[in-house]
Design a protein around this ligand. Structure first.
Ligand SMILES: [Zn+2]
Length: 456
């Protein structure tokens, strides 16, 4: 391990509880941890010193919802212009052809792009497990390690196929027993509960229309036995609301409660259509929300009531969601989209640039149950994105460089994860982007060929 000092940063947005912003201050990093911060922290012996006079430091962004495999079907023409249910029906038969190499290639692509957008920690929700998928989770962990991002992989699942009234074809659903066995395997193999962990595992049945209540209940029992978090989609569309009320006589959020999921160890994606009593339930039970504004707009799902969540002290983070419903892997965009959605919905004062940055950093960290990321402070891990104050995109933002980062959309020049460089001079350090794209395009072509063969 190594030591490093970012000397005399132009500005450091710490995102600590008081929102401290430090001018001409230094950050000292040792063995992946921040060991000193401020104007007096520029003296210790370190391996490397970076002159940061023109740099703005923010905590690395935290992505709380994704389906990395969907990058293989970015901009898929047959799903264009559809709402969630028909959109899924057009894509499930294609995803049924996924193999391990495709999972590896797409995980690498997504995490590389996220790194280039200033993201240092990403979760993923992989829930399609066709025949031959035994090592999908292993391939994801390997891909994340190669890029260098902190990774929360969630072992997703579906057990309610079309033949039983669910949405996905039966070829991509698994039995309860298979799901629980593989979930236990990947937790035992990869989950690191210690502070500073680079890899954690969560469990994540897909949604009320593809997972049975029994799967939800049994998954929660296993997750709590193993001490890992739970994740799922909830209240994404009005179609889902109607399905839940017709099938179970409950709103999606009430359904969540009925299967033992209304708890602080749960973070849910979307939550676009909760009733007032649903919001109250989320608040009382401390359920966290992954807000995915671009996805919600692309599929015409609606605008999530983030102002109400924030007013109720409900934990909210940001997610890019799968690349078939975004289609970018860019958390900077998501901060701006969150700001725009909040203002369209609740007025110009609804969400400030700093509020949006907080959602993308501390908010995401709280969704993932972590207090060691999403903040620049002594005793936290060194996950930092650095922006060039003299860049073209920030020209004219000198009065408020933080607003500039959120609104003007500069790319970070340097991204540090666990004290190590993942992006330097705007380029990936550990992996070659052309190599990633080539392997990914090969995998995507193979997937489409497979899908066409299966349809003929
Ligand atoms: Zn999703």
């Amino acid at each position: 391990m190594s030591s490093l000092r970012l000397e005399n940063c132009r500005l450091i947005a710490t995102m600590d509880d008081t929102g401290r912003e430090l001018v001409d201050a230094s950050v000292e990093i040792r063995d992946g941890w921040i060991t000193a911060l401020g104007q007096e922290s520029g003296n210790g012996e370190v391996d490397q010193v970076i002159d940061a006079r023109n740099l703005i430091a923010i905590p690395g962004l935290v992505n709380t919802h994704h389906h990395l495999y969907q990058i293989l079907t970015r901009g898929f023409p047959e799903s264009e212009g559809k709402t969630l249910f028909p959109w899924l029906r057009s894509l499930y038969p294609v995803w049924a052809g996924l193999d391990e190499q495709m999972i590896f290639a797409s995980t690498r692509t997504g995490l590389a792009e996220l790194a280039l957008s200033g993201c240092t920690t990403s979760s993923d929700h992989l829930y399609v497990f066709p025949d031959g998928s035994q090592s999908f989770m292993d391939a994801q962990v390997e891909a994340a390690q190669s890029v260098g991002l902190r990774f929360h992989a969630t072992r997703g699942s579906m057990d309610l196929g079309m033949e039983d009234g669910g949405l996905p074809p039966n070829s991509v659903v698994q039995s309860l027993d298979t799901i629980l066995r593989d979930s236990e395997r990947v937790i035992d193999l990869y989950h690191d509960p210690t502070p500073g962990a680079m890899t954690r595992i969560g469990l994540a049945p897909c949604s009320p229309f593809s997972a049975t209540p029994e799967l939800m209940r049994e998954t929660a029992v296993l997750a709590r036995e193993k001490g890992v978090l739970l994740h799922t989609h909830i209240a994404e569309t009005m179609d889902e609301d109607a399905y839940s009320r017709e099938t179970f006589g409950l709103s999606p959020v009430e359904l969540l409660e009925s299967v033992g999921w209304a708890a602080p160890d749960v973070w849910v994606a979307h939550c676009v259509h909760p009733s007032d009593s649903d919001i109250e339930l989320l608040r009382n039970r401390d359920v966290a929300v992954a807000h995915c504004p671009t996805s919600n707009m692309l599929l015409g799902s609606g605008l999530a009531p983030v102002s109400s969540y924030r007013a109720g002290n409900i934990r909210v983070g940001l997610g890019v969601d799968g690349s078939a419903s975004n289609d970018a892997n860019d958390l900077r965009q998501e901060m701006k989209q969150a700001l725009l959605v909040a203002r369209v919905r609740d007025g110009a004062g609804a969400l400030s640039a700093r509020d949006a940055l907080r959602l993308g950093t501390r908010g995401g960290a709280s969704c993932l149950g972590r207090d060691d990321i999403g903040i620049i402070d002594v005793g936290k891990v060194a996950d930092i994105a650095l922006f060039d104050a003299d860049s073209l995109a920030l020209a004219g933002s000198q009065e408020d460089l933080i607003a500039g980062i959120v609104l003007a959309g500069p790319r970070p020049v340097t991204v540090i994860v666990n004290g190590e460089f993942v992006v330097k001079d705007g380029n990936l350090v550990r992996v070659d982007h052309a190599d990633i794209a080539r392997l990914h395009n090969d995998a995507a072509c193979r997937l489409m060929t497979r899908a066409r063969d299966a349809m003929n």
